[in-house]
Ligand binder design. Structure first.
Ligand SMILES: Nc1ncnc2c1ncn2[C@@H]1O[C@H](COP(=O)(O)OP(=O)(O)OP(=O)(O)O)[C@@H](O)[C@H]1O
Length: 256
């Protein structure tokens, strides 16, 4: 049984296809690392699966429900942590989490207790009542992480979730993901940070220019690409090489 399924999913903007027919299927409990260069179509795929984009070709189901027909039912049971969200910055974390928790129909007292406990773990409890417009990027990202997980969803979609986090917070979030994995959650994780993808993913999918170009375990991709690290596999498969000459040209142009 597939918990997430994409059949010939295509998406175009002004006649240009940014997803060119994605076919993927995932089982419950899988930890999927979804990686690809800038503009490859990672966020677009996640936005389709989370019901944010509903104009596309092909079919997509999450929890055996059609994403176009059951967006609300799906949203109740999934968590989505975007890279940058339109946080309501005039709100404090506690106000924001109360708002989000109510959307998930959680009890108000439970929302408050869970929010305070989780903020404390991220060392933000002393800022629980301060407006978020004064927060750093990493502090906002921590609130986003809590808001996407507060309802204990079955499937968690993360789109570059570590952006802005300091080294300690990255280690903590990595550990949280590993422990969520142990509790049987399905995690769909898009990132540029190969190290994390390599460590936590059961399955790695590389997307390039709207197409899946590799799909397998880290070990299988490694033997296919004859490369050591995921970073090397990524550059070998996506054809992004010649960094030295690009950097050289960049610095040269600056001199003009
Ligand atoms: N609203 C939009 N209008 C037009 N083009 C868009 C829109 N949203 C995304 N695109 C284009 O779709 C392509 C895929 O974008 P997407 O954000 O899915 O890439 P990504 O793999 O998540 O990239 P990144 O790693 O840079 O976040 C890009 O070429 C982008 O310019």
């Amino acid at each position: 049984m597939s918990i997430i399924q994409l059949n010939q999913v295509k998406k175009q903007y002004n006649g240009t296809y940014v997803l060119k027919g994605i076919d993927l299927s995932f089982s419950a409990g899988e930890i999927v690392g979804y990686i690809g260069p800038n503009g490859a179509g990672k966020s677009t795929t996640i936005k389709i699966l989370t019901g944010i984009i509903n104009e596309f070709e092909g079919n997509a189901t999450v929890l055996e429900m059609d994403v176009r027909q059951n967006p609300v039912e799906i949203k109740q049971r999934i968590g989505y942590i975007p890279e940058q969200a339109a946080l309501y910055e005039v709100l404090s974390p506690i106000e924001y989490l109360n708002f989000i928790g109510k959307l998930y129909q959680l009890d108000e007292n439970l929302i408050y207790k869970k929010s305070m406990d989780l903020l404390k773990l991220f060392e933000l409890d002393d800022k629980a009542n301060i407006r978020m417009n004064s927060f750093s990027k990493g502090m906002k990202q921590k609130v986003l992480l809590i808001s996407g997980l507060i309802h204990n969803p079955e499937i968690i979609f993360l789109d570059e979730p570590l952006s802005g986090l300091d080294a300690n917070a990255v280690i903590l979030v990595k550990e949280i993901l590993a422990q969520l994995k142990n509790t049987g959650k399905t995690i769909f994780y898009s990132s540029h940070i190969m190290d994390v993808v390599e460590k936590i993913s059961d399955r790695i999918i590389i997307i390039n220019k709207g197409e899946v170009i590799a799909d397998g375990t880290f070990e299988s991709l490694k033997s296919e690409a004859h490369k050591g690290s995921l970073e090397n596999i990524f550059t070998a498969l996506t054809g992004d090489t010649g960094y030295e000459s690009t950097a050289h040209d960049f610095v040269d142009i600056l001199k003009n």
